[in-house]
Design a protein around this ligand. Sequence first.
Ligand code: SF4
Ligand code: SF4
Ligand code: FES
Length: 254
Amino acid sequence: MKGSIVLRINGAAVPATPGARLLDVLKGAGVFIPTLCDHPALPPLGGCRLCLVEVEEGRRRRLVASCLYPVEKPLEVLTESPQVQAARRYLLTLLLARHPKVEAVAELAARYGVQAEARLAAEPQECILCLRCVRACAAEGNDAIGTAWRGREKTVGPPFAEPPEACVGCGACAAVCPTGAIKVEETAERRRIWDRDFTLVRCERCGRPFTTVEQLAWAAKELPGAPPEARFCPRCRREDEARLIGRTLGSATP
Ligand code: SF4
Ligand code: SF4
Ligand code: FES
């Protein structure tokens, strides 16, 4: 393939675009790589380290977090070498001790033959500190939540654990959370998240709630050129655009 480099992944030749993330190349090649902190819509963090793989560059071998590793030259990659498996089992042992009820953790632990160790048992936590929520909120332009404390006391949430003023109730943080740790309550009219209530706005066509009054007010203030109010949800707007394109192409066809 022109403009590509060739990796050897577990012995098989796989072409890759220079600069692509190794994780994406591996997944694109159908190789299973466990991940907890990665999300395709968010900047990578390298937090959970589960995506570790072994790379051989020249005569050097090392473990790298594939979600942070840009492919720049031909490489030998091993995704399930004894070193990789040992590192993943160690990480999963710690994760399972702290988050035994988190399905995503339990599934990966079972896959790697990791069992709960009584000596490590701790107060079960739903939040695995993957920081997807914090990154999603920042990507939405709000920065309403962050981390507090350090080490085992580290938590994620609004500043001073109070209802966050900067939150607009968009729900992006909860949508990307892999464990369901962020609680969202919804009625027909209201959404409650991070101990704050927001007023839902429904699409005038399909009736689905798609934003909040507070998010629209934020967009009108912060995004120059944003319409003062939105009447239709993104899905209905996309369908409108597709219909318009279809009509335009149809009328252009001789
Ligand atoms: S609901 Fe609030 S905290 Fe969550 S992403 Fe939206 S603005 Fe941020
Ligand atoms: S609340 Fe969810 S998304 Fe946020 S850090 Fe915890 S597990 Fe990750
Ligand atoms: S997915 Fe790479 S460190 Fe979490």
